[in-house]
Write a protein that binds this ligand. Structure first.
Ligand code: ATP
Ligand code: MG
Length: 441
């Protein structure tokens, strides 16, 4: 109660006056002096009131102090809770670098207890061979009066395990520039460092692999060339033999010729893969190229009861590329589509500008489609599911498209069919962008 002190004090004062009056007038029988009595009573009550008021005020102050103390304790607890529960190590050192505060994460990080680590120099926990470098960096930051610094370091846990940490340090200076101490956090970056190392290793292996591949490619090209020449002579002499061969030998020779043809196909595809042909990148109307290819393959398709339908949304779509190489890509894709439809069907070719301003070509068939295992291996050299296939068709396509900076995607459903989408940068869009950039300059 706010006025408790004042009420109790005044009541006590009043009781005092009454007791005094009783003793004075009734026990000692002094004559009544109203004036003195009133002055005396008022004085006592006045003093009681102020004493009571003082009591009330100090009581209020005390209560407020207690409340504040409780709030400070609560805040402290909360702060401690936050500090102790974050994953990073939080530390505070004095000017000599000795730990003055460490949170709980320190124990998980290093395996050392907080108690045994406090008042020890922070450098003691860093690998010996990095200690000097870290000390040099910190001294440099201090001499430059930097407020913050950050570094990676390796350390050894109590159980001998090597780990990596990233430390962010805030350096506190006095007004005359003397270092007072540091506050900072340490986070565990061991995983990141290991991932980076793995990535670097992988890059190195890839570089070696691709070098090996290019050497293998050159070798293959050499061998293909070497094999091709004797093959031509074999072919020629066999032709001569055929002229006066009997029926049986003729039949065998037919098989030999078809096998030679197959060897020639493999060799020429190997040569394309290994040895880049002379390519000339020009501005080409891809609609025209597609039209040529579809007309070229249409007669072949009809033999298998297949119709090639074209849906060209524009009459002209320009891209930059080598027409012969792109024809090879389109022929391979249509050949695959034909081979995927043993019972006939329709192949549809679409060419359009998509919503990202790219030239998008689609080759869609209603063939057998592909299983996931086949899809995963698509484009791998010599991967084929066909008895007479070389498995180089798509490898060549991918290589040519990669050289053209084009993207290729495949959608395939077993028993439903397959669609290959190829995305090229449109020359129109590129030229428009360039013009706009020039105008904006
Ligand atoms: N349109 C398609 N439909 C179903 N399967 C396909 C299609 N295109 C490719 N494939 C699958 O991908 C494999 C690899 O195709 P790729 O063109 O590289 O070689 P190939 O056709 O087998 O032989 P090559 O083209 O050298 O004569 C094929 O064997 C086939 O299983
Ligand atoms: Mg093929």
């Amino acid at each position: 109660m706010k006025y408790r002190g004042r009420i109790v004090s005044m009541l006590t004062g009043l009781l005092l006056v009454l007791t005094w009056d009783f003793i004075y007038y009734f026990v000692l029988h002094y004559p009544v002096d109203v004036k003195v009595d009133i002055v005396f009573t008022v004085l006592i009550l006045f003093i009681s009131y102020f004493m009571g008021k003082n009591f009330d005020l100090s009581h209020e102050t005390l209560a407020a102090l207690k409340k504040n103390e409780e709030r400070v304790t609560l805040l402290n607890d909360e702060m401690n809770h936050v500090l102790q529960s974050i994953d990073e190590v939080v530390f505070h050192t004095n000017a000599k670098g000795e730990f003055q505060f460490l949170n709980q994460s320190w124990e998980d990080f290093t395996g050392y207890t907080i108690k045994e680590s406090l008042h020890k120099n922070a450098l003691h926990f860093i690998s010996l061979y990095e200690r000097h470098e870290i000390l040099r960096l910190i001294r440099q930051s201090i001499s430059l009066k930097q407020a913050k610094t950050k570094m990676d370091f390796s350390y050894q846990k109590r159980d001998g395990q090597f780990r990596w940490g990233e430390v962010n340090i805030k350096l506190n200076y006095s007004e005359n520039g003397e270092l007072l101490g540091t506050v900072g956090t340490i986070s565990d970056i061991t995983e990141r460092v290991h991932n980076e190392e793995e990535l670097m290793e992988m890059n190195e292996t890839l570089a070696i692999e691709s070098q090996k591949l290019s050497v293998a490619g050159q070798l293959a090209a050499g061998i293909a060339h070497e094999v091709r020449n004797p093959l031509t002579s074999i072919n020629g002499f066999l032709q001569l033999l055929r002229d006066d061969a009997d029926e049986k030998t003729n039949e065998y020779l037919g098989i030999v010729f078809s096998e030679i043809k197959r060897i020639e196909v493999v060799l020429s595809e190997l040569l394309i893969l290994a040895k880049p042909q002379s390519v000339t990148y020009k501005r080409i109307n891809i609609i025209e190229t597609l039209d040529h290819v579809s007309k070229l393959l249409n007669t072949n398709a009809i033999l298998y009861n297949i119709e090639i339908q074209t849906y060209f949304h524009e009459r002209e779509l320009y891209i930059r590329g080598d027409e012969n190489q792109l024809k090879q890509v389109f022929i391979n894709l249509i050949k695959n589509a034909i081979e995927a439809m043993p019972h006939g069907g329709t192949i549809t070719l679409h060419a359009e500008i998509n919503s990202h301003n790219k030239v998008q070509l689609t080759f869609k068939d209603e063939g057998v489609g592909m299983k996931k295992e086949v899809l995963d291996k698509l484009g791998e050299p010599f991967f084929t599911t066909k008895t007479k296939g070389t498995g180089l068709g798509l490898t060549i396509c991918l290589r040519i498209l990669r050289d053209h900076g084009a993207d290729i995607r495949v959608q395939s459903e077993q028993g439903e069919g397959t669609a290959f989408h190829i995305l090229f940068d449109s020359v129109q869009a590129t030229e428009r962008r360039r013009r706009e950039a020039l105008q904006n300059q």
